[in-house]
Write a protein that binds this ligand. Structure first.
Ligand SMILES: [Zn+2]
Length: 333
């Protein structure tokens, strides 16, 4: 994996401002390599950007980073009961919230990528594309719930897969798809921040979305309480995998420049911003055996602390200060 990068030393590639608010050094802490990477914060839009990305990024994306276990996804739909449960859950979020559906979502909540489609008037006839879909967990959820035209693409998928649910996933990047205005919804969940050339990404989406179509972007946000509290130890900074940490302002600039209007924002941060950042502060990488991600019992956190982190995350989301959100942009021209 290699990448060309806009020169970011002098000018913010998002808003064009030359002034820098501050420079930071963050360590690689997901794997725990502890190599240092420089970021700078733009005075104009408040975004954070990686200044000198490594030429070869592949060592920062270990194979276990990707959840490319398509057999596990298939297993999730193996019985009639499993399919019915998943269908009930998704339709309760996206259409009518039935009592049974609400219970299903309490027992096992629908993925956040489904939640972020709520209230946007998405119909089962819409053409929906998930960019950076992994093995297609979300397109399967939708196809199983009766959405007829769902497709996922991911450049790191080893082979295309057509699931029994009707969901199709293939190995591709968005710019390899035809420039036809054929999609009603294009989703990117925690993908954009990994990519160089942010303006091009918005343009690539615009050229493939129908007028009035929706671009759903989920990203970490640096204008958040977690960044303010933890700084370079903030878990979602994720050096050097994250090239850009956006703010509401930087996304507003990008989206309006490329013909989009913001329809809604949904904050969906969770306990991760606290336990992950606390771990980094105390030198525990995300993939370490004592990490909460690996073993809650060996981790430094009690169940009570995690519950408290979750409560605080909900409060921050309500205040618009959570460290991640999903933005629904509508293509207006
Ligand atoms: Zn900027």
């Amino acid at each position: 994996m290699s990448t060309t990068f806009e020169s970011s030393e002098s000018q913010c590639p998002l808003c064009g401002t030359e002034q820098v608010q501050g420079y930071y050094e963050a360590e690689e802490m997901m794997i725990g390599l502890r190599e240092r990477f420089r970021y700078c914060k733009c005075s104009g839009c408040g975004s954070l950007r990686l200044m000198e990305p490594p030429a070869d990024l592949s060592k920062y994306y270990p194979s276990e980073y990707y959840s490319y276990d398509w057999k596990a996804v298939k297993e999730g739909y193996a019985t009639r009961l499993k399919r019915a449960f998943r269908r009930l859950r998704v339709l309760s979020v996206l259409e009518d919230p039935s009592t049974l559906g609400k219970i299903a979502n309490l027992v096992r909540p629908a993925p956040k990528q489904i939640e972020c489609l709520k209230g946007l008037g998405i119909s089962r006839d819409d053409f929906i594309l998930d960019v950076g879909c992994g093995v297609g967990a979300i397109v399967n959820e939708l196809a199983n719930a009766g959405f007829k035209h769902v497709r996922g693409i991911d450049p790191y998928l080893s082979k295309p897969i057509l699931y029994d649910t009707g969901a199709a996933v293939e190995t591709a990047e968005l710019n390899e798809l035809p420039r036809r205005e054929e999609w009603d919804v294009i989703m990117m969940s925690h993908v954009l921040e990994h990519l160089p050339r942010q303006h091009e990404r918005f343009e690539e989406v615009r050229l493939r979305l129908r007028i009035n179509g929706l671009f759903i972007v989920r990203v970490p946000l640096v204008d958040s309480a977690a960044w303010e509290k933890y700084g370079v130890h903030w878990v979602q900074l994720d050096a050097p995998r994250h090239f850009f940490l956006h703010t509401r302002k930087s996304l507003a600039i990008l989206s309006s420049k490329h013909g989009f209007a913001l329809q809604s924002v949904r904050y969906d941060s969770d306990a991760f911003q606290f336990w992950g950042s606390e771990q980094y502060l105390n030198g525990i990488p995300l993939m370490h055996h004592q990490s909460y991600a690996r073993s809650p019992r060996q981790s430094p956190f009690s169940a009570g602390q995690i519950a408290d982190f979750s409560r605080r995350a909900l409060e921050l989301n309500a205040q618009g200060l959570g460290d991640q959100a999903s933005f629904a942009f509508r293509r207006i021209n």
